[in-house]
Design a protein around this ligand. Structure first.
Ligand SMILES: [Zn+2]
Length: 162
């Protein structure tokens, strides 16, 4: 699939990643899926609720620690609340974004185990507090991450109302 989003959305993700540095940030991509194209309508920042308890579920997985320097989690309650809210707006959760402080924008094994099929996963690399590379990933049928193409659209909302 292809993921369409605006400069404004990209900026919001990068700024969130910089604001939580050196911890990981996370959030939801809200939008629509039409044919083979996902369109982001809104980027929603969420709280990173990763803690020691969550780390236990993934113990033994490479790179898993008890702090938020290299892990994130979105609470199931937040997921449900946002799902309900966007359904009323005929939107859906189409993906998740998070940051990789001082690491490349490549998914970790923990990211893969935590991932859902059909979601897009945007990762922004934040090096020394500055957002750098931003990549998008989706799972293939073998449950491995493949790069997903990003198309940057300007004035997304305006062009839709025409
Ligand atoms: Zn990650």
């Amino acid at each position: 699939m292809v993921l369409k989003l605006s400069h404004h959305h990209l900026q919001a993700i990068c700024q969130h990643g910089e604001s939580t540095y050196p911890n990981e940030c996370c959030g939801l991509l809200l939008g629509k899926i039409v044919n083979d194209c996902k369109t982001v309508v809104e980027v929603r920042a969420t709280e990173n609720v990763w803690n020691a308890e969550a780390a236990q579920l993934f113990s033994g997985v490479e790179g898993t620690r008890e702090n938020q320097l290299s892990n994130y989690a979105i609470s199931p309650q937040t997921m449900l609340e946002v799902q309900k809210e966007v359904r009323d707006r005929t939107l859906q959760i189409i993906g998740i974004y998070h940051s990789h402080p001082n690491h490349p924008a490549i998914p970790s094994e923990c990211d893969r185990l935590y991932a859902w099929e059909q979601y897009s996963y945007i990762i922004v690399s934040v090096m020394a507090g500055k957002a750098q590379e931003l990549l998008c990933w989706e799972l293939d049928s073998e449950f491995n991450f493949q790069a997903e193409e990003i198309i940057i659209v300007n004035n997304l909302e305006k062009s839709k109302t025409k």
